[in-house]
Design a protein around this ligand. Structure first.
Ligand SMILES: NC(=O)c1ccc[n+]([C@@H]2O[C@H](COP(=O)([O-])OP(=O)(O)OC[C@H]3O[C@@H](n4cnc5c(N)ncnc54)[C@H](OP(=O)(O)O)[C@@H]3O)[C@@H](O)[C@H]2O)c1
Length: 437
């Protein structure tokens, strides 16, 4: 299906918005700036694509300390104002997020001030606690290195009090959370004097979040959907959403693309939606969701798809505050007995390998890799990797960083596979595994 930007034509100034409990209304579609591996996309490419997005009609941009795109986004916004694409920074809605290692009382305000300095801005529109977990403080506040061994329970009350201070000081117009379950929101609401304006979570046709949406609606919290295309090509998900035969069928019948069907579906749920594309034509395509509707039959069929979450086990570790996926999501993850997510082994294993590389930044990997692995790893950057026969066991266990990363990788692998794969496939994986020495 060719890209259709019909609904995107003349988008400028017409983007639908959602009123929030604090701050400016949030444009219903925003552009994500997390590309994988995190921080690896050329700054000039990101800057250019943000400018093209503003030209196309995007007014809402999503970044985070860990994405390493705050400064680039700030540059692009300054350039957009200079070029007259927008009258001022105030015409844009900018969200950023607090990194785990800074999610401690006393470190929230400095972290936001650092973000604002990088972005050359006086305020954010929305500042989010990125995940409901903290990491031991790093010596270097700029360090975004992730280690499961350093995960600790968040002092949620202390952190939220300082988030509230950020809003009172005018450094952000609104504050919110990300990846919070109903239970964690309940806890937060029990001491909050300013309610979170938004909760940013994974939402797409395979992760519908009905319970959380209902809860947030009742509490006046806007649900904001990330990975609406299932995080196509990213290590925190796979390509199942965009390869879904039902969504393909609906797209064909409506004369739209699968991406547009996903985005329209999220939009119809009442959520704001953050979609990432660094491709100019897909950026426009993703705005083409406002002048048509799904049918009741489409909606019904989508409601019967099996459910799963992408970000399953990233913060689950034997020494951390969450020992199981269920604990992290407070038992609110979608029905595991009905979890029909069965990605092929190639996707699953290369996904895990790449995830830990992204967190330490590919460019910082110190261990020289055998040529075969390097070649195969390079292939995995291609989002269409499923189509290519990759030697998955080699990928899983080769860790380009340090021995501790290897452990993180193995733990993640075990938890992920336990949920994602059936026994027979697991046995096949074990039989074929070649552990790196
Ligand atoms: N709060 C959190 O914990 C969290 C977690 C994950 C993501 N996020 C935010 O949400 C944003 C979006 O999520 P995401 O990046 O995970 O996933 P996504 O938006 O579902 O998918 C992005 C992927 O889809 C591709 N794509 C985009 N439009 C397409 C189209 N029309 N047709 C085919 N492919 C298309 C992109 O490739 P091209 O660039 O090549 O088009 C990219 O590979 C992130 O950038 C980030 O800002 C937040």
């Amino acid at each position: 299906m060719a890209a259709d930007d019909g609904g995107a034509q003349g988008m400028r100034g017409m983007m639908p918005e959602a009123a929030l409990s604090s701050g400016k209304p949030m444009p219903r579609v925003g552009m994500g700036t997390a590309s994988f591996p995190l921080g690896a996309t050329e700054p000039s490419t990101v800057k250019d694509v943000v400018l093209r997005a503003i030209e196309a009609g995007y007014r809402h941009f999503d970044t985070a300390a860990v994405y390493q795109t705050e400064a680039i986004l700030g540059d692009a916004v300054a350039e957009a104002v200079r070029a007259g694409l927008v009258a001022s920074r105030d015409d844009l809605y900018i969200t950023s997020k607090l990194w785990l290692a800074h999610a401690h009382p006393g470190h929230v305000l400095p972290s936001l001030r650092r973000a604002l300095r990088k972005m050359q801005m006086e305020y954010l529109d929305l500042y989010l606690i990125h995940f409901p977990v903290s990491m031991r403080l790093a010596e270097d506040p700029e360090s975004m290195t992730y280690s499961k061994d350093d995960l600790v329970m968040m002092d949620m009350e202390g952190v939220w009090k300082e988030m509230e201070e950020c809003q009172r000081l005018g450094l952000t117009k609104a504050i919110g959370v990300s990846n919070f379950s109903c239970k964690k929101l309940e806890t937060l609401l029990s001491f909050a004097t300013i309610s979170p304006a938004a909760n940013q979570v994974e939402v797409h046709p395979y992760c519908r979040q009905n319970k959380l949406r209902e809860f947030c609606k009742e509490k006046g919290i806007q649900l904001c959907a990330y990975s609406p295309l299932g995080g196509k090509g990213t290590p925190w998900s796979n390509n199942a959403v965009m390869d879904c035969p039902l969504l393909k069928q609906i797209a064909m019948e409506r004369g739209k693309t699968i991406a547009q069907v996903c985005l329209r579906w999220v939009y119809e749920q009442g959520d704001c939606v953050i979609v990432k594309s660094f491709n100019k034509s897909r950026l426009r395509e993703n705005l083409g969701i406002f002048d048509w509707e799904l049918t009741n039959d489409d909606r019904h069929k989508i409601s019967t798809l099996p459910e799963w979450r992408g970000t399953l086990d990233i913060f689950v570790h034997k020494t951390g505050p969450y020992k199981t996926v269920d604990e992290f999501w407070d038992g609110e993850i979608t029905d595991k007995t009905n979890n029909q997510r069965k990605p092929d082994l190639t996707t699953c294993c290369t996904t895990i390998n790449l995830w830990h590389c992204s967190l330490s930044s590919q460019s910082k990997c110190m261990v020289p890799l055998p040529t075969a692995t390097v070649a195969a790893t390079a292939v995995t950057f291609d989002p269409h990797l499923q189509a290519k026969g990759i030697d998955f066991p080699l990928h899983i266990m080769r860790c380009p960083c340090s021995p501790s990363w290897r452990h993180a990788c193995d733990d993640g692998l075990e938890a992920w596979l336990a949920i994602a794969l059936q026994d027979a496939t697991w046995a096949a994986l074990e039989a074929g595994t070649q552990y790196d020495s």
